[in-house]
Ligand binder design. Sequence first.
Ligand SMILES: NC(=O)C1=CN([C@@H]2O[C@H](COP(=O)(O)OP(=O)(O)OC[C@H]3O[C@@H](n4cnc5c(N)ncnc54)[C@H](OP(=O)(O)O)[C@@H]3O)[C@@H](O)[C@H]2O)C=CC1
Ligand SMILES: CC(=O)N[C@@H](CCC(=O)OP(=O)(O)O)C(=O)O
Length: 344
Amino acid sequence: MKVSIVGATGYGGAELIRIINNHSSLSLESVHSSSKTGQAISTEYPHFMHKIEKILMEINPEQMAKTSDLVFLATPNGISKGLTPFFKDLNIKVIDLSGDLRLKDREQYQKWYKKEAASEEVTGSAVYGLSEWNQENISQADIIANPGCFPTASLLGLAPIIKNFTSIEDIIIDAKTGVSGAGRSLSSASHFSEVNENLKIYKVHEHQHTPEIEQQIKAWNKNSPNISFSAHLIPMTRGIMATMYVKADRVTSSREIWDLYKEAYEGKPFVRLHPPGSFPCTKHVYGSNFCDIGVAYDERTNRITIVSVIDNLMKGAAGQAVQNANLMFGFNESDGLLNLPLFP
Ligand SMILES: NC(=O)C1=CN([C@@H]2O[C@H](COP(=O)(O)OP(=O)(O)OC[C@H]3O[C@@H](n4cnc5c(N)ncnc54)[C@H](OP(=O)(O)O)[C@@H]3O)[C@@H](O)[C@H]2O)C=CC1
Ligand SMILES: CC(=O)N[C@@H](CCC(=O)OP(=O)(O)O)C(=O)O
């Protein structure tokens, strides 16, 4: 199966190239850029030297549709909503890594992203690509809205509770991310001297992933409350930890909660449940497509604590995108993705 990448010079695009290089059924046909056409991708990323010697090409959907079966859009928010209709008309499948196609309510997109939303036709035909929980729809989709990094960690961590408790009183998601989550372009927010030895909260009550998480938990259980979500930037390159506190409508136990997770993720190759009383850290998933989860119940406060970790560029972006491609084309779900994490 031949694939192209738009936004190949970004971190998500580069991670796609790395994964596809180890895939038995996907082959990289072409890489595309809006600003570096004619340049070799290995000039931009010397770690690809002598291995990936593709030249960056212009973004020409008609040309791409002649040679590729699938295009990954690893572009900033606001771009894929314009490109996707061309690919849709040309019958080439699309996996969009940006936030453009995830929210079904266009007003919500405009409110949180502060941009014009994609057309209803495009958002209507996009399938939300949370691989573990939407496999059937993904396998029949032509357009995938790949989930955001924080929503992936949060939703995989919340799903068993949301689906098994009738009513949840309160959800707090306290999330931390490494700096590669902000992409490769330069900004003062990701400047070494402002990130190193620093811990910073950002987009308080305004983070664009809030409505994405709420959209999915309310689809799973209409009694789900709005969430309190906060994002923090920490001085590391990759990784997300979402620590979540959920107040349930009834008394439970750590064992009951752990059993729910065990059952929910039995046979899922990329979600690993820690043994009772043990919790994951970001290095447990570094460079891999795993989402590791630990859970416990605090009987003093009647709150369930869930810790969910992912690598933002893998399970939070390119890894899950390839997992979705595997499901779309009927390949083994794990193809190209079974590498162990890098440790330490
Ligand atoms: N980084 C992460 O952890 C995650 C990222 N995402 C999402 O994935 C997408 C890609 O992220 P990431 O790779 O980190 O971002 P980067 O900023 O690293 O890369 C984005 C790339 O998009 C290209 N681009 C910029 N403007 C345009 C344009 N007008 N038309 C076409 N291409 C353009 C640029 O390449 P060029 O100038 O060569 O065209 C750039 O290299 C984003 O939407 C991001 O929000 C989602 C989950 C996690
Ligand atoms: C560190 C950092 O800035 N992370 C980004 C991650 C968002 C992202 O990946 O964008 P989408 O909206 O396409 O999901 C943020 O928190 O906004």
